[in-house]
Design a protein around this ligand. Structure first.
Ligand code: G6P
Ligand code: MN
Length: 447
């Protein structure tokens, strides 16, 4: 089986490759084609993969290319993990928003809109190209903002594009562990949009164990989301939110922490990644060892400002090992290609599953996956406390896609203005001007 990875020079590609190396079953991926616009990054990552494959006799073959069609033409699966305008773009999204006093995070708030506005045109082109030259391929989208980008691509690819994120799996794993349940024996009742969802039940041993967790203050204080949100708030909503909801529920604190920080997450990663790619290109040492040290530092500092604002302390050591991101992708691919039924939380079109959202709205929910793709499992409606937020943010995503697809500046202004974390149309207008002045990829919006 052949896998193409777009954004193949990206830092997380070795995670995927490591999971492929562990897979010796029949029907596994035997060829990987890495595609990237930047040949230097491709070669750096190819060096890491070569070290990973060292001594593994059936290691998947790796090719690299800067030609999109070449990557797509024979692919059975296409992973899309691109970052339009790189981490420079991410740092700009953050800085310009913070200068206006609002959040610039890459998926939540104004930053996510700016990132979506420059990513959707590229994602649309990729989706059209897949539909033309590789219509048999399944597309798995990792590109953030993942829900919005998946929805844009679904206009061209229908249900053959599926979006993934590791945050619901991570949350489910933590909740199960606190309850003393093996995550594989637990069924998570999770609902929402990407980076905007809630665990509102966890079935294990024939009953829902969430009420027991919510009643236990000590247990709540022992894991990441419990500490981020606090027992009082979790009890008030009767659910455990995805960690990204910290940006909504504690917005004032999150913005203050981001403004007080010496540098934004984007700037930190920009510098960290520049060092990694430069040293890998020039250095004679182990590219894999350098990659692993860099990865660990990235994991350790993940959401550090939010944790600090909440007094939540350090990340737990079991969250520093990866296993979420690439596991979901590999499990999904295997379930489709070998019709191995699996239950996974995925970004797919709603198709009547959740009232309050139309059929084409991409939502993040538990699905049953087999050779015919992903089917949403029966689920309860979105809880009332979250419904307004979900429909507001979906309207933001729709306006962003409209702007990116038609070039309408007015739709872009609408997206920014109606976002629950942008508190003034005047702020939205100034911010859009600033984004357009600083980000050449937004030139298509006109003035
Ligand atoms: C989580 C999110 C991803 C995000 C990743 C890395 O896993 O679900 O969407 O890309 O964190 O965040 P970072 O700040 O390290 O780029
Ligand atoms: Mn994610």
């Amino acid at each position: 089986m052949r896998l193409a990875i777009l954004g193949g020079g990206g830092f997380r590609v070795p995670l995927v490759y490591r999971a492929l190396l562990d897979d010796h079953a029949e029907g596994r991926v035997t060829h990987v084609t890495l595609h990237d616009l930047d040949a230097g990054r491709l070669h750096a990552i190819a060096r890491v993969l070569a070290e990973q494959a060292d001594g593994v006799p059936d290691a998947p073959e790796v090719e690299v290319t800067t030609d999109l069609d070449e990557a797509l033409v024979k692919a059975d699966f296409v992973f899309v993990a691109i970052r339009v305008h790189g981490l420079d773009g991410r740092a700009l999204d953050e800085r310009l928003a913070l200068e206006e006093g609002v959040l610039g995070q890459e998926t939540v708030g104004a930053g996510g809109i700016s990132y979506g506005l420059r990513t959707v045109p590229v994602a649309n082109r990729i989706a059209r190209r897949v539909a033309e030259i590789s219509p048999q391929a399944w597309v798995i989208n990792f590109t953030n903002p993942a829900g919005l980008v998946t929805e844009a691509m679904s206009h061209h690819l229908g249900d053959r594009v599926i979006g993934i994120c590791d945050s619901p799996v991570g949350l489910g794993r933590r909740v199960a562990r606190v309850l003393g349940v093996d995550p594989r024996d637990a069924t998570l009742d999770y609902v929402g949009l990407n980076h905007l969802g809630w665990v509102r039940g966890i079935q294990a041993g024939g009953r829902d164990r969430l009420p027991e967790l919510l009643a236990d203050g000590e247990a709540l204080a022992s894991f990441e989301e419990g500490r981020l949100f606090g027992a009082t708030w979790l009890r008030a909503i009767g659910a455990v939110p995805n960690e990204y909801l910290h940006y909504y529920y504690y917005n004032r604190e999150a913005v203050a922490a981001a403004r007080a920080a010496a540098q934004t997450r984007g700037t930190f990663l920009l510098q960290q990644q520049q060092r990694f790619y430069e040293e890998t290109a020039n250095g004679g040492g182990s590219a894999l060892a350098l990659w692993d040290r860099t990865r660990l530092e990235r994991e350790t500092t993940y959401m550090a400002e939010n944790r600090e604002a909440a007094g939540a302390g350090e990340r737990s050591s079991c969250d520093l090992e990866s296993g979420g991101y690439e596991r979901v992708a590999i499990d999904l691919m295997r379930a489709i290609s070998q019709d191995r039924q699996a239950t996974l939380i995925l970004n797919v079109r709603n198709r009547g599953a959740l009232p309050g959202l139309d059929d084409d709205a991409v939502v993040e929910v538990p699905c049953r996956v087999g050779s015919d793709g992903a089917q949403i499992l029966p689920l309860d409606p979105i809880p009332e406390h979250g419904l307004g937020l979900v429909t507001s943010v979906k309207a933001v995503e729709r306006s962003t896609i409209e702007a990116a697809t038609t070039g309408s500046r007015s739709a872009a202004l609408r997206a920014l203005s109606i976002h629950p974390l942008v508190d003034s149309v005047a702020v939205a207008g100034r911010l859009l001007d600033a984004y357009q002045r600083n980000i050449p990829q937004l030139g298509y919006l006109g003035s």
